[in-house]
Write a protein that binds this ligand. Structure first.
Ligand code: ZN
Ligand code: ZN
Length: 253
């Protein structure tokens, strides 16, 4: 059994064929999926999808790209959404200094408010980080999540260790299949119990489906590549990452 801990199922290419996407995931052994919101609207959409499918769960959050458009009362809205029984985390939240679609100071304020909200609600924080390692670690040291995951991990070994030392997890996407320079040194430096798997679909489809529409069923390709890098059986990668994800998000066994 595998879990896709980070999917954006509300994008129209996936949403238009969601019954098939979910059943293909099941055929590929992906039995639970977390649909991640990036603003208030997509958080509501994620919840609506989770209401429809027993094995889909939702998060509610504001992505750094969307931070500039967050209404002043956004944290109150997230708190309300988080009361839904299928909401298992706050996020995605974080810092993206690569695209800087929101001003960095606005990203920082919106990120910190969500870190505090996640801790107050005793929910995990799903964290996005792109080219913001230093500012991210500063924020995480100030407001350390009780449970937190730095998703689509793309930083170096040093940053991975710093994140793990704070008691957080990381998660890997299909980029692990893109070649030696993508995550291989990080994967070799950490334990199988330190991370989870995600597609981040519809983006970042792994090899052999690179460039195509990504979907949760592709988690098996990510697990396979990680098994090769770690020199273990795919079964072991599946068992350990699934156990981590179920404990982290408190999913039903
Ligand atoms: Zn992200
Ligand atoms: Zn995402």
């Amino acid at each position: 059994m595998l879990i896709d801990t980070h999917a954006h199922l509300y994008y129209s290419d996936l949403k238009s064929q969601l019954d098939d996407v979910i059943s293909r995931a099941g055929e590929a052994g992906v039995e639970q999926i977390i649909c991640v919101g990036t603003d208030l609207d997509s958080s509501r959409e994620s919840i609506a999808i989770a209401e429809k499918y027993l094995n889909v769960f939702a998060t509610a959050g504001v992505h750094p790209h969307d931070a500039k458009d967050a209404p002043t009362h956004f944290a109150e809205e997230l708190r309300k959404l988080a009361g839904h029984e299928k909401v298992v985390a706050i996020g995605e939240m974080g810092l993206d200094f690569f695209r800087n679609l929101s001003p960095p100071d606005v990203q920082s304020v919106v990120f910190r408010q969500q870190l505090e909200l996640a801790n107050e609600l005793n929910l995990p924080a799903v964290i996005h980080n792109r080219e913001a390692d230093e500012a991210l670690l500063t924020a995480l040291r100030e407001i350390t999540p009780k449970r937190g995951v730095v998703h689509c991990f793309s930083s170096n070994v040093e940053t991975a260790k710093a994140v793990l030392e704070l008691g957080l997890k990381i998660s890997f996407t299909g980029t692990v299949t893109f070649g030696k320079n993508h995550n291989e040194s990080v994967l070799k430096a950490i334990d199988l119990g330190d991370f989870m798997l995600e597609t981040d679909c519809p983006f970042l489809a792994p090899v052999p489906n690179r460039g195509k529409l990504n979907e949760p069923g592709n988690i098996s390709h990510i697990a396979q590549r990680i098994a090769e890098i770690k020199g273990v059986l795919i079964k072991e990668v599946a068992e350990k990452t699934t156990r981590t994800a179920q404990q982290f998000f408190r999913l039903p066994a």
